[in-house]
Design a binder for this molecule. Structure first.
Ligand code: AMP
Length: 254
């Protein structure tokens, strides 16, 4: 079984986002970029399907291909996926923001060429929190989708996926080929070891352009304004429970 994992390069999750002074977007200059955490979970799951682990039989996956759409530097993100254990990478070179629909169209073209049995994406990219690409991709391909996966059990020609939904867990079967998107509790991604980082340098990365895939990535959305969230007002410390009750009454909460 071949598994394809789309991975996005985003601002490292530990860093605080700064808005550009003219409000035209977020300032990414000279900041550390990393693999989107939900994509790391997707790579980890695919690699466990290959190695055996996380309840998967060894060799359940025979090949894991990581794909990233982004600038040249997105190769680093692919190398990271290769160090976790993916076999090869595909970079679709695109500078500037590529919207989820264009990403989904590019991924569809890659999938038509690669013919994977399973595609595992992150449920959302933490930069713009779209939570849209997996769903759009499933619709474009006409494939079943299981979003927000916290457990995946592979069976003959199908996957049984536990989904994190409001108020509980839902378990569904999807026939392969299918799209799965990862939630936080699916697994804990490993730290890539130094030998694996070295090995990853030798693994192949194929470079393509949107033109090669015949996809138009012209944005359809226009960002009108980007702003910081309002600053939190300082709180008040109370000394006694009675004082707290008084304050709550004052505020009309009770
Ligand atoms: P989003 O819909 O933008 O929140 O992203 C959801 C998931 O789609 C991510 O976790 C990735 O798996 C995939 N994805 C989004 N953008 C890209 C990209 N530029 N390159 C590769 N994968 C992407």
């Amino acid at each position: 079984m071949k598994v394809l994992v789309p991975v996005k390069r985003v601002l490292d999750y530990n860093l605080k986002v700064r808005v550009k002074p003219d409000g035209s977007g977020v300032d990414l200059s000279n900041l550390k970029m990393s693999m989107n955490p939900f994509c790391e979970i997707a790579v980890e799951e695919a690699v466990r399907m290959k190695e055996g682990g996380g309840g998967h039989a060894k060799d359940a996956a025979t090949e894991v291909v990581a794909v990233s759409i982004g600038p040249d530097q997105a190769q680093e993100t692919l190398r990271n996926a290769l160090a976790i254990g993916a076999d090869r990478g595909i970079l679709v070179k695109a500078d500037g923001e590529v919207e989820p629909l264009a990403v989904a169209k590019l991924l569809k073209a890659v999938i038509e060429a690669e013919k994977p049995d399973l595609v595992i994406l992150g449920k959302q990219a933490i930069d713009d929190d779209n939570n849209a690409t997996g769903q759009m991709l499933a619709a474009l391909l006409g494939w079943p989708q299981a979003t927000f996966a916290s457990k995946i059990v592979l069976g003959a020609g199908k996957a049984t996926v536990t989904r994190e939904v409001d108020g509980g867990l839902q378990t569904i079967d999807v026939e392969l080929p299918a799209i799965i998107t990862t939630d936080l509790r699916l697994n804990e991604p490993r730290y890539a070891s130094l030998p694996n980082i070295m090995k990853a340098k030798k693994k192949p990365i194929d470079v393509k352009t949107p033109a090669d895939l015949e996809v138009d990535t012209t944005p359809r959305l226009k960002v009108l304004k980007t702003a910081e969230p309002p600053k939190r007002q300082g709180g008040v410390k109370v000394k006694t429970a009675a004082e707290l009750v008084g304050k709550l009454k004052e505020a009309g909460v009770i």
